[in-house]
Design a protein around this ligand. Structure first.
Ligand SMILES: Cc1ncc(COP(=O)(O)O)c(C=O)c1O
Length: 384
């Protein structure tokens, strides 16, 4: 995308641009690998080979095995498959524990399961937006069948200790799922250390294509399915595989590994620049969840500011930020994540999210903060 000052994209947590190297792979695969991976002729085998390589590469990146990797259409499907798939294995509804700040694809699935008789426990978070593993430990009861805790929150960037949470569930013989959609490529995710039964990923948050995701399902874990049909993905996810998107997702995973150190220092550098500039130019802004989260997702509240008009004002200036829950843009109801942080009501509508990534520059950040400060000064002329 055109990257001049009038076109600054700071909404990477909603979706990332494609890495050009991913685009190349998607294009070539789309044009050349058109066989059905289930066909037995050479065109089918060619597609199957792409799929096999993809499974191995993704598995290696997570320290998992290739037969534990299932390709889906994205994070939403992976989260649904894990939760509904577990629930359908039980003849009687039990208890599911999730955090209060999960993505809607977990929260709404929990709500649906509640309507089917399941009891849902919502774990609170602390001021930094993290769940306390001890509270998780105390919340588990004899009816608990599944625990689902996200790794990194998409609105405020807070990080959960999923290793500790997974171990607690594992010791009690309870299935554990983590939504790692926002953490993959930013934090190490090692499934030999984290005894999770399930883990969700999506391509479009890691510079890969939309409509491709992964559910890791640990060996020997029983799981029902969402779709009935052919025997693709070991019978667990019917439907002809989206080979170009899966190839793109795989390239994106590979690039996250290759660029790991460079991405990390780039994001840390920009993250601290953003925090410093905000402190200097907008000292009244509050960083929701504090400074312990991932550097690339920062959520601020500025008292007296209407976030929707800020968003639209900045958009006119060519700068794209978000009101926080970008996955449902147009949704203006106050964020459940900020509510869980116990933000006062008036601050809920004065919050906005800046999220960035591999292709963001220091200039982009400087320009964005300057524009936010200018916008606010215009709205509050008396302000220094
Ligand atoms: C934490 C989290 N989980 C799940 C999703 C859903 O993934 P997808 O858009 O691939 O369905 C998103 C964002 O879209 C997210 O931020």
């Amino acid at each position: 995308m055109d990257k001049n000052h009038h076109n600054i994209y700071l909404d990477y947590a909603a979706s990332t641009p494609l890495d050009p190297k991913v685009l190349e792979v998607v294009n070539i695969t789309m044009a050349q690998v058109y066989g059905n991976a289930s066909s037995i002729h050479r065109f089918g085998l060619q597609a199957k080979a792409v799929l096999d390589t993809a499974r191995t590469t993704v598995a290696e990146s997570l320290n998992a095995r290739p037969d534990e990797i299932y390709f889906t259409s994205g994070g939403t499907e992976s989260n649904n498959l894990a939760m509904q798939g577990v629930a359908s294995q039980f003849s009687k509804p039990g208890n599911i524990i999730i955090s209060a700040i999960e993505h809607p694809s977990i929260l709404q699935t929990a709500r649906y399961l509640k309507s089917r008789g399941w009891q849902i426990t919502l774990l609170p978070v602390n001021r930094m937006g993290q769940i306390d593993p001890e509270i998780l430990q105390q919340s588990i009861n004899s009816a608990t069948r599944l625990v689902s805790i996200m790794h990194v929150n998409n609105e405020i960037g807070s990080i959960n200790n999923i290793e500790a949470c997974a171990k607690i569930a594992y010791e009690k013989n309870i299935l554990f799922h983590t939504d790692a959609v926002q953490s993959f490529g930013k934090l190490p995710v090692d499934l030999r250390r984290v005894p999770a039964s399930f883990l969700s990923l999506t391509g479009h948050k890691i510079y890969g294509p939309k409509g491709a995701g992964v559910l890791f399902i640990r060996r020997k874990t029983k799981l029902g399915k969402l779709f009935f049909g052919g025997s693709q993905e070991n019978g667990r996810r019917s439907g002809t595989e989206n080979i170009p998107a899966i190839a793109g997702l795989t390239k994106a995973v590979e690039l996250c590994q290759i660029n790991r150190d460079a991405d990390k220092s780039h994001l840390e550098q920009l993250g601290s620049e953003l925090r410093e500039l905000m402190k200097l130019q907008l000292p009244e802004a509050r960083l929701n969840g504090g400074e312990n989260g991932v550097p690339n997702i920062q959520n601020y509240s500025i008292p007296g500011i209407d976030n929707m008009s800020l968003l639209m004002g900045l958009d006119l200036a060519g700068i794209a930020i978000s009101n926080g829950s970008a996955c449902s843009s147009g949704d203006v109801s106050p964020s459940h994540v900020l509510r869980a942080l116990h933000l006062p009501d008036k601050e809920l509508k004065s919050s906005f999210r800046i999220s960035f990534g591999r292709f963001t520059t220091s200039e982009d950040i400087k320009h964005a903060v300057r524009s936010i400060a200018r916008f606010i000064k215009k709205k509050q002329p008396g302000r220094q």
